[in-house]
Design a protein around this ligand. Sequence first.
Ligand code: ZN
Length: 74
Amino acid sequence: MGYYCTVPQCTSLAGKTKNVKFHRFPRDTTMADKWNVILKRGKPYTKYSKVCSLHFTQSDYNVTNMVDMVIEFS
Ligand SMILES: [Zn+2]
């Protein structure tokens, strides 16, 4: 199973792109909205949207606790 990063112009593909982690949008809508701003997606997210780690800085991780949102896949 593969899925792509939801961010426009990004070509990361789970299981194919190396050194990239994928994240789900948080269930907390306030946090999820914050992600959408960080990502500049310009469109609503869905619960199926996934974002790769290329779009976040270390400080983003700290601010959003998104480490908890890492999707494990094999
Ligand atoms: Zn991406």
